[in-house]
Design a protein around this ligand. Structure first.
Ligand SMILES: [Zn+2]
Length: 314
């Protein structure tokens, strides 16, 4: 019989949810504004009335939830500042298990991405790899010896907060010089805003009103020298950081995932160049820099579904 997972990605703005089968096919997908509800229980009741979910309920083997500040071990969302539901601690795993009577997994987006790559993506045949999520911030999902690493408190993988530039940019974590203040979509905009190169004055980017990271990548590909400089600067910082990460877990590959990574080969090649330039000799030509293959599908839904299937297989 077909096995299905109900996958839910809770965000500050939208909650996306869907049904995925164990071949990684997204059979159904929908979304609702997060602030349509004041409380988690209202969202659960909303899902329970969804006619597609209802029609498939007997084939659903588990629920996978991705949420900001989601703790895999406790099953709680802990003090998520951007979530307009109950404040403080939300025991969301318990709520779903009580209402749906199905095993429920809670994880963060980087770990869900790693599970998605392992089950349905480019890491299918790998036992040691790291997914680097590049969005507003930078996250990492780490596989070692075929197991995802959660750490003692469920907080492993905060690679975005390793400090790479002494006394560098202020980070929202309260410290300075964290990787994600440079290598992320907000980081590259900060690089633009800092007047870090004389090429800036002639850049085609100066004509854009609400500049996005995507604009910078597009203009770089179209030959704008300052955009090119910014992409290169970001790639150098990231490639360097990944070279050091290799010394920790000797992965087969780093898989770049999310907004910036979608700019494709152009960025990947540069990260790989700086990575290979800075890596310790013993690792040379062993570790690949790849981009996610889940991009053209709904990566968040697939990742959360994968965490359901992974938990059942293990
Ligand atoms: Zn930080």
């Amino acid at each position: 019989m077909e096995k299905l997972a109900l996958a839910i990605d809770i965000g500050g703005t939208n909650c996306v949810y869907g049904i995925v089968n164990n071949d990684g096919e997204v059979m159904y997908e929908n979304s609702v504004k997060t602030n349509s509800f004041n409380q988690t229980s209202q969202f659960i009741q909303y899902l329970k009335k969804d006619s597609f979910i209802l029609s498939k309920i007997s084939s659903i083997v588990g629920i996978g939830i991705g949420a900001p500040n989601g703790n895999h071990f406790s099953g709680e969302i802990q003090f998520a500042p951007n979530l307009p539901w109950e404040k403080g601690i939300i025991p969301i795993k318990k709520y779903f298990e009580e209402e749906f009577r199905l095993p429920t997994q809670l994880t963060n987006d980087a770990n869900a991405a790693a599970e998605g790559e392992k089950l349905f993506g480019v890491a299918k045949n790998m036992k040691n790899f790291v997914v680097i999520t590049l969005g507003t911030g930078l996250g990492s999902g780490i596989y070692i010896n075929n197991n995802i690493v959660y750490g003692a408190n469920g907080l492993a993988g905060e690679f975005g907060h390793i400090r790479i530039i002494p006394n560098g940019r202020n980070c929202k974590c309260g410290r300075k010089g964290c990787l994600e203040t440079y290598a992320s979509s907000t980081g590259i905009i900060r690089s633009f805003n800092e007047n870090i190169n004389e090429l800036k004055s002639t850049s085609s980017l100066l004509n854009i009103k609400e500049l996005t990271a995507k604009d910078i990548f597009n203009h770089a590909q179209n030959g704008d020298a300052f955009s090119n400089y910014l992409v290169n600067y970001t790639a150098e910082i990231l490639g360097n950081a990944l070279a050091d990460f290799t010394s920790f877990s000797d992965p087969e590959a780093f898989i770049l995932f999310g907004g910036i990574a979608q700019s494709g080969e152009y960025f990947r090649k540069r990260v790989a160049m700086y990575f290979n330039k800075n890596i310790l000799n013993i690792y040379k030509n062993k570790t690949q820099i790849l981009t996610s293959t889940l991009h053209n599908k709904n990566a968040a839904i697939l990742g959360n579904a994968a965490s359901v299937f992974q938990s059942l297989y293990l």
